[in-house]
Design a protein around this ligand. Structure first.
Ligand SMILES: N[C@@H](CCC(=O)N[C@@H](CS)C(=O)NCC(=O)O)C(=O)O
Length: 198
């Protein structure tokens, strides 16, 4: 059976939420998020970068939440919650999935390691906030005429993006009404509420 290693509030929300949306059988195993456990030999055998989430399905062990979402769709969704591969709609589906992880959550990360050591922390924070606002301008415009990223139907792209937006809820404030309403729609979904209770 599909097993997902989960820590509340982390990116493991995405694959678990998707499984609940698809009504799949999934074993959700809570993980100790302490650096000590994540540095342990046991956890590194499952997640070599020492991060959460991880997924095991039979002989398959994998990391990266977005890749898990794609794997679950390809293997178990039977066409649900994603467009047909090779279509324009599929291209936009992937665009939003990647944007939700690679672009929107990036300003959240600490990139000091890539920066000059004498960078000022305050300036880095200001830069991260500015980048997050640029991303929210993009999302706000995309949601101007639609309830979900791909149009009128909820898809797994909303799972990817919904989690990222929920993490940045305090940045949204009242400046992005479309995005705020979108987040409320995500939070109202029974599958999302089920993950939040774990
Ligand atoms: N791109 C990866 C990011 C994984 C990631 O950064 N996970 C966080 C929790 S949301 C983590 O484990 N952080 C601990 C650390 O980086 O030390 C994914 O989507 O799975």
């Amino acid at each position: 059976m599909l097993k997902i290693f989960h820590v509340p509030g982390t990116r493991s929300v995405r694959p678990v939420w998707l499984c609940f949306e698809l009504d799949l059988s999934v074993k959700v195993e809570h993980v100790d998020f302490s650096p000590e456990y994540r540095n342990s030999k046991e956890w590194r055998a499952i997640s070599p970068a020492r991060k959460v989430p991880a997924l095991i399905d039979g002989d398959l062990t994998m990391f990266e939440s977005g890749a898990m979402v794609n794997y679950i769709l390809e293997r178990y969704a039977q066409g649900r919650l994603h467009p047909n591969p090779g279509t324009d709609e599929s291209a936009l589906f992937h665009q939003w999935c990647w944007f939700g992880e690679a672009t929107l959550t990036r300003p959240l990360g600490l990139h000091r390691i890539l920066r000059a050591e004498d960078d000022d922390a305050g300036a880095l924070i200001a830069e991260a906030v500015e980048k997050a606002h640029i991303c929210f301008d993009v999302i706000e415009e995309a949601l101007a005429d639609r309830d979900y990223l791909l149009g009128e139907a909820f898809s797994a792209a909303d799972v990817m993006m919904g989690h990222s937006i929920a993490l940045l809820e305090t940045v949204i404030g009242n400046k992005y009404p479309n995005t705020k309403n979108y987040l409320e729609r995500m939070k109202a979904r029974p599958a999302y509420q089920r993950v939040m209770k774990l």
